[in-house]
Design a protein around this ligand. Structure first.
Ligand code: GUN
Length: 297
């Protein structure tokens, strides 16, 4: 059996088109342009690239973006002051503070300083708390796990018999950005969720029981194809640069899951790159549009 390849790039493009149409409508009917403030502290090359990609996609969707590139030695106080200004700025409907922040910054305090109505990353503890609670809904869902859920919903359409509700899901990784909110979203969607991490015993056996596997550890091909249950649906969040002298660029991108073996065994899998990555940005655009809708309420 060869797996369905869940084409995140194509689905993200479709979502971006829908956002673009809604932005045009909002401008025409309500006279406002959704705006995203993207705050970057320091010069982490990966963060610089992500913020650039986010701002480029905003421009394509007609969303205004405001970039704030601050030096690595920016003080906690100055960063909090900027957040307060952005909270008060009516042109800004979403505030994204790219993580990780430099070590001297208390990230928790920064995330708490963001207005709940502009928390397009969904990392404010109140939003995360609502995600965790039965019968409560967050105003914003963190973009990467949100994108993973959309990919799983796509798998429901493409894989006969596959349903998120009632599935055994294994989330590999427990980060605040992906693993933890992903687990909470899967619980909300009525899956039975196990979280595995670096201290878990018998990971291969646990993964072997899973109908859904989420790779969110950032450890290249740590999840072996042979471990996976036949017919599982696999979502790979990791993008790890691995040296490969035979590759044209001298490196290749790998996910957490051993793709070449897995794709002959499972029912559906995301590629790396071109799976979860584009979905993260598409969901951020959707969240920013939602931020503008919140402002109009
Ligand atoms: N760093 C890695 N992923 C993310 C994300 O989704 N949002 C922010 N703000 N920082 C990140």
């Amino acid at each position: 059996m060869s797996a369905v390849i869940l084409d995140g790039k194509a689905i993200a493009k479709q979502i971006q088109e829908e956002v673009k149409e809604a932005v045009v409508k909002m401008k025409q009917e309500r006279g406002i342009t959704p705006g995203l403030a993207a705050v970057l502290v320091g010069e982490n090359p990966a963060s610089q690239m992500y913020v650039k990609m986010k701002r480029n996609r905003c421009a394509e969707a007609g969303i205004e973006s405001f970039g704030y590139e601050l030096p690595a030695d920016t003080s906690q106080r100055d960063l909090e002051k900027l957040i307060a200004e952005l909270n008060a700025n009516s042109k800004v409907h979403g505030i994204l503070v790219q993580l990780p922040l430099p070590d001297h910054i208390d990230s928790d305090k920064i995330l708490q300083a963001i207005s709940l109505d502009k928390d397009v990353d969904g990392f404010h503890p109140i939003n995360i708390g609502r995600l965790a609670m039965k019968g409560r809904e967050p105003e914003f869902i963190p973009a990467t796990p949100y994108g993973c859920m959309v990919l799983l919903q796509e798998a429901e359409k493409l894989v006969p018999g596959f349903k998120i509700s009632g599935a055994n899901a294994v989330v590999c990784g427990r980060s605040n950005i992906v693993g933890m909110p992903m687990s909470l979203l899967l619980v909300k969607a009525d899956a039975t969720v196990t979280i595995v991490h670096s201290r878990t015993k018998d990971i291969s056996e646990i993964i072997g029981q899973a109908d859904i596997v989420i790779g969110a550890m950032g450890r290249a091909e740590m999840i072996k194809g042979a471990w996976l249950k036949e017919g599982a649906v696999c979502i790979d969040v990791a993008t790890v640069k691995v040296d490969d002298p035979a590759a044209p660029k001298g490196y290749v991108w790998k996910g957490d899951i051993e793709f070449e073996v897995a794709k002959e065994r499972v029912a559906a899998i995301t590629p790396v790159p071109g799976g979860v990555g584009p979905m993260t940005i598409a969901m951020l655009l959707k969240n920013t549009l939602h931020g503008a809708e919140v402002a109009l309420r």
